[in-house]
Design a binder for this molecule. Structure first.
Ligand code: GLY
Length: 378
């Protein structure tokens, strides 16, 4: 009889990347996705690889994990491009973090000092020097920092490449297949874990697994059997897509106090993102769009002339402390790889490697130890 497969729930960047790593290691992997692969938070994101600008001062363990994932990104992208035959548009021009008034300049000074303490090669620039390097910045900024190692990737190309690489490595993907419940194995290991799936014909099917990896993002809370796992809540992010057209040619990611701008090589300019605690609300609102456009034009005034080509809202999956849930769930055979909040794309390489290592070798590496889903049980 064939050994049961490793089952993954959720085909976002994380689920696909974990699946790819396991499939390329020769494992039989079955991935269930409740809708279409890669069309949830991974699709709605901006693809920034930005530990320096996005991690809070008090989150040093998350910062270390993020820096490590960023370090792995170039090799991960090369390997993925080879495996899939597709480009993921990893851009390494770096990021400008800018302030447009004295208050935001003070906040930026504190960020800069933190970055320096962490040993980063960031530069404090006069507005003139910043403008010289990135001519599309506003001429009258209050302050600017250049973070050369905060990069970006095209998140939509990324999920497409991951899907191809996963399938080419022999992974089995089932879309439109929700998993309403998981069933842990028993402690002795003689009863394997399992999941129950609901196909689009409505028929439930029980699938036994060698291990179950939950990478379901905000869908985690719909899965019965995970009640003891920490809750994952949705944090709404609205985003606008503009079409960059010459003479407008922003080269760098720019982060202002109220909006960031991420130029993609295909001409899309993403302006994001709101951060709203509103449950499962994905409406695009006038207030959200206003905040983003106003925030963007404060720091890059040339956006005024650009055509709006899209707007959407995504739901970032966040645990109570906004740090990811990586590792054994505490229920036999069930591993969590979710709750990546603002950092899903950035943390994909380290999550894929370390969760695959845990599933294959039973070892929790020091990289993910601090992010155990059991950390809330005190
Ligand atoms: N990482 C970008 C965002 O969460 O908006």
């Amino acid at each position: 009889m064939r050994e049961p497969p490793i089952v993954i729930i959720g085909a976002g960047t994380v689920g696909l990347a974990v699946g790819w790593r396991l499939a390329e290691a020769g494992e039989r992997v079955v991935l269930f996705e409740k809708e279409r692969a890669g069309r949830g938070a991974s699709w709605q994101a901006a693809g920034m690889l930005a530990p320096d600008a996005e991690i809070g001062f008090e989150e040093l363990e998350l910062y270390a994990l993020s820096r490590e994932s960023l370090r792995r990104w170039p090799a991960f992208a090369d390997e993925l491009e080879d495996a899939s035959g597709q480009q993921v548009d990893l851009r390494t021009e770096g990021t400008f973090v800018v302030a447009d008034d004295p208050d935001s300049a003070n906040a930026l000074r504190r960020l800069f000092e933190f970055q320096k303490e962490q040993g980063l090669g960031v530069d404090w620039l006069t507005p003139e020097a910043a403008l010289e390097r990135e001519p599309f910045l506003a001429p009258r900024l209050a302050a600017a920092v250049f973070a050369p190692s905060d990069h970006q990737v095209d998140n939509r190309r990324l999920v497409q490449a991951l899907r191809t690489a996963f399938e080419r490595a022999g992974g089995e993907l089932h879309e439109d297949t929700p998993v309403p419940s998981v069933h842990p194995g028993n402690e002795g290991g003689n009863e394997p874990p399992a999941v129950t799936t609901a196909g689009d014909d409505g028929n439930a099917e029980r699938v036994e697994a060698r291990a179950v990896v939950v990478a379901a993002g905000v869908g985690t809370r719909d899965i019965d059997g995970l009640e003891e796992a920490p809750a994952v809540r949705p944090v709404k992010g609205q985003m606008i897509e503009l079409k960059a057209k010459r003479p407008f040619a922003l080269e760098h990611v720019v982060r202002g106090p109220d909006a960031y701008l991420a130029p993609k090589s295909d001409g899309r300019l993403l302006v994001g993102a709101t951060s709203e605690e509103r449950g499962f609300d994905t409406r695009v609102t006038a207030g959200g769009l206003f905040e983003l456009l106003e925030g963007a034009r404060q720091v890059v005034p040339g956006v005024d002339e650009l055509e709006v080509t899209g707007a959407w809202a995504g739901l970032r999956p966040a645990a109570r402390d906004n740090a990811p849930l990586l590792g054994e769930s505490g229920r036999p055979g069930i591993v969590m790889a979710t709750g990546h909040y603002r950092h899903g794309v950035l943390l994909t390489p380290v999550t894929a490697d370390e969760i695959a290592h845990l599933v294959l070798d039973g070892e929790t590496s020091h990289w993910i130890e601090a992010f155990s889903p059991r950390r809330f049980l005190a």
